[in-house]
Design a protein around this ligand. Structure first.
Ligand SMILES: [Zn+2]
Length: 208
């Protein structure tokens, strides 16, 4: 591995299954990236997987501003049900702008900006996420072909551009709340996420 160093692995019991948790260190940034696995990945020609970018507020603090926590939970449940799969947990918070900038972007959103406009107002591109590390992480597990759980076609394309085969995109529609309907509508409109329109149609009553 060029960009990463494998550090160690341990068991991670969760409400849905006993996963293995693998820890990696990124040389360039000192960031700690994680991979959760379940079952014998190499037994499958295509592995059920989620590539999840860190969202501290959604993943750990139950934020209803976004759907990240619900998506992570659903992905882990799907893997547990299937008996095999992996979650690549990448430490690129706030679509790559970092936690503190994300809080500032949230403040702008509190005042009416949408998620894309807020990032741009702070001088960032709408989406700075980089999936390059996935290549090395997957190679570590001898995996090159994924059934990817995502609503984001741009993520599928980014992985394919790295030479990773995505044999199937599995929608992960979950976690819609009155607080994030507008946010998800913006992701659908401006970032190309595939979310069924009828689920987004309640926007008028969204913030009550
Ligand atoms: Zn989030």
């Amino acid at each position: 591995m060029d960009k990463l160093k494998f550090i160690d692995a341990c068991e991670l019991p969760t409400p849905w299954a006993n996963f293995s948790l693998h820890a990696f260190l990124e040389h360039a940034t000192g960031k700690e990236h994680l991979v959760l696995t379940l079952g014998e990945l190499t037994n499958y020609s295509s592995v059920l997987a989620r590539v999840h970018s860190e969202c501290l507020t959604g993943d750990a603090l139950f934020s209803q501003r976004c759907d990240c926590g619900a998506q992570l939970e659903k992905a882990m449940q799907n893997i547990a049900k299937h008996g095999c799969g992996m979650v690549l947990y990448l430490r690129q918070e706030g679509r790559g702008i970092g936690l503190l900038n994300k809080i500032q972007a949230y403040h702008l959103q509190d005042k009416g900006a949408d998620t894309v406009a807020a990032n741009q107002a702070l001088g960032f591109a709408a989406d700075l996420r980089d999936y390059t590390l996935c290549k090395e992480l997957l190679a570590h597990f001898q995996v090159s072909n994924l059934r990817l759980m995502t609503n984001n076609p741009a993520k599928v394309k980014a992985l394919q551009n790295l030479g990773i085969i995505v044999s199937e995109r599995i929608p992960l529609i979950t976690g819609l709340t009155p607080h994030n309907l507008h946010y998800l509508g913006t992701k659908a409109k401006k970032l190309g996420h595939v979310i069924p329109k009828h689920l987004l149609s309640n926007q008028k009553n969204a913030v009550c």
